[in-house]
Write a protein that binds this ligand. Structure first.
Ligand code: BES
Ligand code: MN
Ligand code: ZN
Length: 494
């Protein structure tokens, strides 16, 4: 779907569906809705009366009309509070969802928000996100007959700022949708090598440089924790490094590295998961997908800051060579680790990748995304990610970006008193603590491998993959984390 700016009057814009936000009690009263209602012979106010639509937030009303170019008008209640960024995002998501089966839709950008460019950018992001549907494996009648090809963003005045905003919103929206596709892809097709190839081909197409390590190369690096997880699978593991180095790096900016957990399937290994917990485990590469999405967005936006993205991709399976509870492996960083539960595989993969990146890239900020623990969902529910950081400025900056992007993160403590739970009798450490505070001990384990880096760990086990739509996020893969990361990176370059 392409989003374009239109300065046509709402009555004249050529689209199958016209979407209009309405403030409480304003339908037929403000200039815009008055004109439009008149052009459709009062159909909007008539329908609103019949259906008790008053423009409260959460209300919407679809009306078939004559007299204007569009055949259908969708009224969406905006409430009467001052418009917020999230109103634009959600209005756009709803518009695209409602217009899914129309070839063209038009969204009238509500006025009354100071930063028009921001509003246009969010609306574009929302239009693309709302239009998302995973159709790769549908056939015949299950395939949608039509998909929306164009979405017009209807504005009163066009200027360079808005054009740029629509381009930027498109850059983020497309990257989020790409990540969603990766997460939704079935694990028999999206193997570790397929994930690496997807990152390579899409990355290179957008101007990133991409390097991929195969199993042999990982052995050379001594990534024995990562390789331990991969042992039970007949699929080879991969590590991927995507680099965004802009032509002009803004002077004085930081170097950032992202790391993503890329378990293309997590059966639990020998400590096998029960079927109910295993069914969604294709989503266990959502951290990697977010990392790829962030890197793609950096390139598309041509951010003037150096950014690195690493993913550790493997399966966790039960093959004859599978790693066992009781095994001891020497990490890339040098510490020996006693395996306790083979289902706690993510921290092993991340530990080796994090220590590699901390040493080889030495970023100013090191940030990982991972669907790491069920415990984090127990603590925070399905929609909020856990944020663990050893640097307050980084955590605060990230929280600000997240708030603006409508993604929910909650800071969790790196409680050093829990570190004792990782003591082993026979090795430098165990990789799993007691049952309580499971997301914290997982984070404390990772912390052992980041050296002196300013580091943040984002446990996205809940919001990365949903069993029902929530706010701007669809069911299934959500692309959670990308919008916040981009906003944070932009805040660093001012
Ligand atoms: N991938 C899972 C965590 C997860 C659970 C992600 C639910 C998304 C939804 C992770 O590898 C895992 O299995 N963690 C274990 C750790 C435990 C064995 C210490 C868990 O959370 O139960
Ligand atoms: Mn697991
Ligand atoms: Zn896992």
């Amino acid at each position: 779907m392409k989003v374009s700016i239109s300065t046509d009057a709402p009555t004249k814009v050529r689209a199958d569906l016209l979407v209009l936000g309405v403030r409480t009690g304003q339908l037929g009263k403000d200039k815009l809705t008055k004109q439009l209602d008149k052009a459709v012979h009062g159909a909007l106010t008539d329908a609103a009366k019949l259906e008790d639509f008053s423009g409260k937030s959460g209300e919407s009303l679809r009306v078939t009309v004559r007299g204007i170019e569009a055949g259908v008008v969708l009224l969406v209640g905006l409430g009467d509070a001052a418009l917020k960024e999230s109103d634009f995002r959600l209005l756009a998501v709803k518009s695209a969802q409602a217009g899914m089966k129309y070839a063209s839709i038009a969204l009238v950008l509500p006025e009354g928000f100071e930063d028009r460019a921001r509003a246009a950018r969010l609306a574009t992001e929302g239009l693309l996100g709302g239009n998302y549907k995973y159709t790769q494996y549908l056939t015949g009648d299950r395939l949608p007959k039509r998909r929306t090809e164009v979405a017009h963003l209807v504005v009163t005045k066009d200027d360079g700022d808005l054009r740029r905003a629509v381009r930027d919103g498109g850059a983020v929206g497309e990257s989020v949708n790409f990540a969603r596709d990766l997460v939704n892809a079935p694990p028999n097709d999206l193997t570790p090598s397929a994930l690496a190839e997807a990152a390579r081909s899409e990355g290179e197409a957008r101007g990133l440089s991409v390097k991929v390590w195969d199993k042999k190369a990982l052995e050379k690096l001594g990534m024995n924790l990562f390789l331990a997880v991969a042992r039970g699978s007949s699929e080879e593991p991969r590590m991927v490094h995507m680099t965004w180095k802009p032509k002009k790096v803004k002077a004085g900016t930081k170097k950032i590295a992202f790391v993503g957990k890329g378990l293309t399937f997590d059966s639990g290994g020998l400590c096998i998961k029960p079927p109910k917990s295993m069914i969604d485990m294709k989503c266990d590469m959502a951290g990697a997908a977010a990392t790829v999405g962030i890197m793609l967005a950096c390139a598309r936006l041509e951010l003037p800051i150096e950014v690195h993205g690493f993913i550790g991709a493997t399966e966790n399976m039960t093959g004859a060579s599978a790693y066992r509870p009781g095994d001891v492996f020497t990490s890339h960083e040098g510490k020996t680790v006693e395996i306790i539960n083979t289902d706690a595989e993510g921290r092993l993969v991340l530990a080796d990748v994090l220590s590699y990146v901390a040493k080889e890239v030495a970023p100013d900020y090191l940030i990982d995304h991972a669907t790491l623990t069920g415990a984090c969902m127990v603590a925070l529910g399905p929609w909020t990610a856990g944020l663990f950081a050893n640097d307050d400025e980084l955590a605060a900056g990230y929280a600000r970006a997240a708030g603006a992007e409508g993604e929910s993160f909650w800071r969790m403590p790196l409680d050093e008193d829990l570190r004792d739970a990782l003591k082993s009798d026979i090795a430098d450490m165990k990789h799993v603590g007691d049952s309580h505070g499971g997301s914290i001990t997982a984070a404390l384990f990772l912390k052992e491998f980041v050296g002196k880096s300013k580091w943040m760990h984002l446990d996205i086990a809940g919001p990365a993959f949903l069993d029902r739509p929530h706010h701007q996020f669809p069911k299934g893969g959500t692309g959670f984390g990308i919008a916040t990361a981009v906003r944070f990176l932009e805040s660093l370059v001012g």
